[in-house]
Design a protein around this ligand. Structure first.
Ligand code: ASN
Length: 326
């Protein structure tokens, strides 16, 4: 099987392996997933937009990752780490928008770990005006159930070749509060990251305790991006979706802070310099509706659907942290 080839070769010599039957099956599933996502969101009244890859500023709420900088003529530019700022701006265009956006993040190099991080990855990122966290959670559950059902129906041979027995989850998914998730992790001897987040190992541990996808809600305000709205001083109106069976994080999102004064406070709280975000403040002062949204990692969704162990194998041309490839 293709996983017997060392990962470095699978990245740098990918062009020589694309015709292997496993890759062909995986990339056919990828195409079905993309179409199913679009079909579902269009049927719910969403419009699809496209986002830039080069920008003056980007989302700083990206945990341990950093930004890549670019020399854009004489202007300092960065590669977009997420589409969140453009989702907020798009609320001026339509009240339900989605992007299948490229995200580029300088993740810490993970030598010999090709399981769950890519430096270039995509997010199925949607945003809804006047929506609550709970409404986005319901829509996300329906989206996931729809996509899995379509893949099971249309890609039976490919799933069989990969040895994946995929189950359609049942909604509503279980909801765990962040502080209870921390207790679960601590009981098993896992700590928190410096950022106040659950470590990847803790996340995998909690994921392994589950047989169906589940939510963790209410992360601490200092741990997550300035664009999330606070419920109170202890928690945000945000959520993560996790896959079961040890597959870990699926998506994150929440209700947005759209009051420019409170966004400024959230920036200070999360150690972000408000002066860098001039266009965002102009946007907020000009007025956007309250909104909420979520972003699903496309490659992590693919990993869950295919059951493939290493994330470098779920897309044709992977960029793993520290491994440029072709
Ligand atoms: N996509 C996330 C959201 O909608 C943001 C992110 O990726 N950092 O909240």
């Amino acid at each position: 099987m293709f996983t017997k080839i060392v990962p470095e070769l699978r990245i740098y010599k990918r062009h020589l392996f694309l015709d292997c039957k496993y890759y062909k099956a995986i990339f056919k599933i990828l195409s079905t997933v993309l179409k199913a996502v679009r079909d579902f969101l269009y049927s719910r009244g969403f419009i699809e937009l496209i986002a830039p890859i080069v920008a003056p500023v980007t989302d700083p709420g990206i945990r341990l990752a950093r930004e890549f900088t670019v020399d854009f003529y004489d202007e300092h530019a960065v590669l977009t780490t997420s589409v969140i700022l453009y989702k907020l701006a798009s609320m001026k265009i339509h009240d339900k928008v989605f992007f299948i956006a490229h995200n580029i993040r300088k993740e810490p190099e993970r030598i010999n770990d090709f399981t769950r991080y890519l430096s270039e990855f995509r997010q199925i990122d949607l945003e809804m005006a006047h929506a609550s966290r709970e409404q986005v959670m319901k829509l996300s559950e329906e989206l996931l159930i729809y996509v899995i059902s379509v893949v099971k129906r249309e890609r039976r041979d490919e799933l069989e070749l990969l040895g994946r027995e995929l189950k359609v989850p049942h909604r509503p998914f279980k909801v765990i509060r962040f502080r209870d998730a921390v207790e679960l992790a601590k009981e098993a001897g896992y700590g928190l990251e410096e950022t106040g987040e659950l470590s990847t190992e803790a996340e995998v541990y909690i994921s392994k305790l589950h047989k169906e996808p589940f939510w963790i809600i209410g992360f601490p305000p200092e741990a997550r991006g300035f664009y999330y709205k606070k419920k109170n001083d202890e928690e945000l109106l945000d959520m993560d979706l996790l896959y079961p069976e040890g597959f870990g994080e699926a998506a994150s999102g929440g209700e947005r802070e759209v009051d420019p004064k409170r966004v400024r406070e959230r920036m200070i709280e999360t150690r972000v310099n408000p002066r860098k975000y001039i266009w965002l403040f102009e946007l907020l002062y000009s007025g956007i509706p309250p909104c909420a949204g979520i972003g699903f990692g496309l490659e992590r969704l693919m990993r869950y659907i295919t059951g493939v162990k290493e994330i470098i194998d779920v897309i044709p041309f992977p960029k793993a942290p520290g491994y440029l490839g072709i």
